[in-house]
Design a protein around this ligand. Structure first.
Ligand SMILES: [Cu+2]
Length: 262
């Protein structure tokens, strides 16, 4: 076996990575951005796309080189060479993926930390999900209740506290990027700072039953003054059955349900 043309293979890998990345990065995978977390999450995705393109290219270049270089010559009926491993190669194919995975984990961790950093003026909104509807409570505003329509002020961090009433649902506003499961019995939290005015859709993204596909709500991001006006116009309070679910969630109330007699 002659020496491998490492420089040429590396050049081919870099060229293929660049070509794949150019195509993949030209596509807007997640659509418009409407929260402070969105550009950070999109950047993370783009970096992962380039890294994946690199790994794919490296494997393809080596595969096609081996297919071409070591193919059987016409008339050659002999067995292949017995090979007992290659320490350098094995160290390389363990080390490189480990470095890539650790980098991805560290970068994701840093991004998550940044977008979940609590802001001092954060506002809490209770999210109630049930087959097949969403409703919202505003604990800082006299516990007023809105069904099927969520309003939030622009440029203010919202801490959504989620309370599923029956099965697992999942909270997702695509333009905000944030997605969070609503799990019966525990309170889950999603932190979002909407930074674009407009009307969006809240979509349940966990298959929750027959009406799952229609489990949506209108989301309105508006100026703080408009938001205050809208909240002031809400007359209904969070019904007691929903308020009860907040108390029973083991995360907000760490006494087990059986001990509470529920
Ligand atoms: Cu659902």
């Amino acid at each position: 076996m002659g020496r491998l043309p490492i420089a040429k293979m590396l050049a081919a890998t870099v060229a293929l990575t660049a070509a794949i990345s150019a195509v993949m990065l030209s596509i807007s995978w997640d659509g418009p951005e409407a929260s402070t977390a969105a550009p950070k999450i999109d950047d993370l995705l783009n970096v992962m796309i380039v890294l994946s393109a690199f790994v794919f290219s490296l494997v393809m270049v080596m595969l096609f080189y081996a297919l071409y270089k070591f193919r059987a010559k016409p008339g050659d009926e002999s067995d292949g060479e017995p090979i007992h491993g290659n320490t350098r190669l094995e160290v390389a194919w363990t080390l490189i993926p480990t470095i890539i995975v650790l980098f991805g984990a560290g970068y994701s961790w840093a991004v998550l930390n940044e977008i979940e950093e609590p802001a001092p003026n954060a506002m809490t909104v209770d999210v109630f999900s049930q087959q097949y509807a969403w409703s919202f409570g505003y604990p800082g505003k006299g516990d007023v209740w809105s069904q099927g329509e969520l309003h939030v002020p622009l440029d203010r961090q919202i801490q959504f506290k989620m309370h599923a009433q029956d099965v697992i649902h999942s909270f997702w506003v695509p333009e905000w990027r944030i997605k969070k499961d609503n799990v019966p019995g525990i309170t889950t939290t999603a932190i979002v700072t909407p930074d674009r005015l407009g009307t969006f859709q809240l979509i349940c993204t966990e298959l929750c039953g027959f009406g799952h596909a229609s489990m949506r709500a209108k989301v309105v991001v508006e100026r703080p003054a408009d938001f205050r006006k809208w909240v002031a116009g809400l007359s209904e309070k969070v019904p007691s059955s929903l308020a009860e679910s907040i108390v029973q969630d083991t995360e907000t109330n760490p006494v087990p349900l059986s001990a509470g007699g529920a």
